[in-house]
Design a protein around this ligand. Structure first.
Ligand code: ZN
Length: 240
């Protein structure tokens, strides 16, 4: 659904949005879309103890490059719980090809991550008087994470409006997922047309060095295939 920053519900703070920004390709594209649609964007990144923590530096650069009003990073250390290859001492699975990625929920799933992130984004939005939250979840070229599905996002939006003063007082919060139905190639083409510099972004779950991607985790494989299918030059440096 297209974002409508000038709807009657947003008169008290027209067009202000919180955009969850990871430093990756998807959320950078979402920030560019939210800017295109006229939103004044407050970027929000979460330092959750991810092993690919370097992505937070990328998020800061992306926020600046795409004209976010500000950029906050909030620390919520999910290593306290672990249970994921991204937050515990568990190897990140690697493959040679995209079709080797399994159909079950992989060990890189971080328990309830998007539920936690969206809750934080809604809390921030409420303090800003913002009507909209943007998140770069994608249900097409993704790893099978349950918290990337439209049913989850729609249910969460209901919860957000039940849980907040803004919602109870009739200032509805909207959770926007502009790339949820796009393929990775469509995401890249959209972002490229909006001037996203993907050289600023990182996708790798287990980067051997800053701005160097492993080339074999699920995220690297999907990113590389996305650029190939989009016909857009891939600025990523892959180790293998
Ligand atoms: Zn990788």
């Amino acid at each position: 659904m297209p974002a409508t920053p000038n709807s009657a519900e947003t008169l008290d703070a027209p067009g202000r949005a919180v955009v969850l920004l990871s430093g990756g390709l998807d959320s950078a594209t979402v920030l560019a879309i939210a800017r295109r649609d006229g939103f004044a964007c407050h970027a929000l990144s979460i330092d959750y103890g991810q092993r690919h923590r370097f992505e937070l530096e990328c998020a800061a650069r992306v926020a600046r490059a795409l004209g976010a009003i500000d950029h906050k990073t909030v620390a919520v250390d999910l290593r306290a719980f672990g249970g994921s290859a991204l937050t515990a001492d568990i190897d990140v699975p690697t493959h040679e090809r995209v079709d080797e990625i399994g159909s079950t929920i992989p060990i890189t799933y971080v328990p309830a991550r998007n539920l936690v992130f969206l809750a934080l984004a809604v809390a921030y939005a409420e303090t800003l008087g913002a009507s909209d939250v943007f998140i770069g979840v994608n249900a097409v070229d993704y790893s099978g994470y349950p918290d990337c599905r439209p049913a989850f996002v729609s249910a969460f939006e209901n919860v957000a409006n039940l849980a907040t003063k803004a919602g109870v007082e009739g200032r509805r919060l909207h959770v926007n997922t502009p790339i949820i139905e796009m393929s990775k190639a469509e995401i890249i083409r959209t972002g490229a047309s909006l001037g996203v510099d993907y050289a600023l972004t990182t996708s790798c779950y287990n980067p051997p060095a800053p701005m160097l991607a492993c080339g074999h985790c699920d995220s690297c494989l999907l990113r590389r295939q996305g650029f190939e299918q989009a016909g857009v030059p891939d600025p990523t440096r892959y180790a293998g």
